[in-house]
Design a protein around this ligand. Structure first.
Ligand SMILES: Cc1cc2nc3c(=O)[nH]c(=O)nc-3n(C[C@H](O)[C@H](O)[C@H](O)COP(=O)(O)OP(=O)(O)OC[C@H]3O[C@@H](n4cnc5c(N)ncnc54)[C@H](O)[C@@H]3O)c2cc1C
Length: 384
């Protein structure tokens, strides 16, 4: 069964899609169950991904990367997530947030921090969410106060991918206090993780995405030079919003990959299993479930690739990105739910791929902005 066919993928992204597929078959799928079980950080798979030229390569050629386009990263995401979500996230997070530095940072900062990520000598992370605030980007309380030629950061961040493992993270912090301009109060900073006052520990074990690691950060009088500010002071919220438009199309690809995995598992299972003296796939109710899964999958995938065009062209990007993320990640949930039912009792066996997918689909409906927030964005940003 070929669910992730090439048809919606533009020509420029087909070669890398094929590379990603081969890499996923050789390095991700065979290791998925073990990493899910142990919850270990998949260092070896990450290194293999770097050797294969598939990690952090959205960074431009002038900084040592390959300049993968949004469509190319989306094609990789679909293939990686079909093989395993936790490992896939670790591979795709190695440069998380660095794209903002590339887009808005000054040249010296890029030479120092962006180039080592593109050449796979360093990895990074993006620190936005906090223990008490996640969805409200204008409600974060971590502060960055200017002191001479430095900024002093204080506060806590939570859920930060690679917060322990990264060499540096992009931190979102409050630099202003204007109640009439809530969105203009935030800025972004490059913070090396060996800076005094930067502490990180892994958050408790998760029931899903077990091969990806998130951290609880504590920033206590954490000083960075003033030139570690990305772009201009007060523009952090807007830079992040723009970055999330790209990210949400990619997260849509996370959903598509997982939905494909669920459909494949369900299809194989019902064709192998017998009940009432016949193959389970012969029951019309079962066929209808599979028909609905496939239809929703194709609808979501078509929307997702269409959204990629809109975001790449900056054409109502926020509206399309939110719809793609919403539809694809919820389709993954629907498909996983139905696939579980079709597996009968075996659905809950620990070693089943479907049991893993069923748990993993719970995450992309939350990260990169909970889906309730996507609905707000779709309504508010719909072209009028
Ligand atoms: C595995 C994983 C990895 C992550 N990685 C990162 C990372 O690398 N960096 C980072 O900064 N963050 C990361 N996050 C955090 C993620 O972005 C947040 O969890 C997400 O934004 C939601 O924030 P919250 O969990 O605080 O939920 P809350 O903001 O507390 O919201 C809880 C629920 O309330 C409802 N709700 C809240 N506000 C509204 C509203 N305005 N309208 C309607 N409903 C609403 C929604 O149902 C929402 O799900 C990660 C999360 C997970 C699970």
């Amino acid at each position: 069964m070929e669910l992730l066919d090439e048809r919606p993928v533009p020509e420029e992204a087909r070669e890398v899609k094929q590379q990603a597929r081969e890499f996923a078959a050789e390095h991700i799928a065979p290791n998925a169950a073990e990493y899910f079980e142990t919850g270990e950080y998949p260092h070896e798979v990450l290194e293999a991904g770097m050797d294969a030229g598939l990690v952090a390569q959205d960074i431009g050629e002038e900084y040592g990367g390959k300049g993968f386009s949004l469509h190319q990263v989306l094609a990789i995401a679909e293939e990686f997530y079909r093989a395993d979500a936790g490992i896939a996230l670790t591979l795709q997070l190695a440069s998380f947030g660095a794209e903002i530095l590339e887009e808005h940072g000054d040249e010296e900062l890029k030479e120092e921090f962006l180039r080592p990520v593109a050449t796979n000598e360093q990895i990074t992370g993006l620190a936005v969410s906090e223990p008490d605030t996640g969805s409200d980007l204008a409600g974060m309380t971590t502060t960055a106060e200017r002191d001479g030629d430095e900024y002093v950061l204080n506060g806590e961040k939570y859920w930060i991918g690679n917060g322990v493992e990264a060499d540096w993270v992009t931190v979102y912090a409050k630099t202003g206090d204007d109640e009439n301009n809530r969105y203009g109060n935030y800025s972004l900073f490059v913070v090396p993780t060996d800076t005094d006052g930067y502490e990180a520990e892994h958050i408790p074990e998760k029931m899903a995405f077990r091969a990806s690691k998130q951290a609880h950060l504590t920033l206590e009088d954490c000083r960075v030079p003033e030139d570690h500010l990305i772009g201009v002071e007060g523009a952090g919220f807007y830079m992040l919003a723009e970055f999330f438009n790209h990210g949400r199309v990619i997260v849509g690809g996370h959903g598509i990959g997982m939905a494909a995995a669920a459909i494949e598992e369900a299809w194989d299972f019902v064709h192998d299993r017998e009940a009432f003296g016949r193959s389970v796939d012969e029951f019309q109710a079962v066929q209808h479930k599979l028909a609905d899964m496939r239809t929703e999958f194709e609808a979501a995938r078509a929307l997702n690739w269409r959204a990629a065009d809109h975001v790449a062209d900056s054409d109502d990007a926020g509206f399309w990105a939110a719809m793609a993320k919403l539809k694809s990640t919820e389709t993954a949930n629907d498909c996983a739910q139905k696939a579980m039912q079709l597996h009968g009792g075996r659905s809950v066996l620990h070693d089943r791929r479907i049991a893993r997918v069923y748990r993993d689909v719970r995450v992309p409906v939350i990260y990169e902005g909970a889906n309730d927030i996507q609905r707000n964005l779709i309504y508010n940003q719909a072209p009028k």
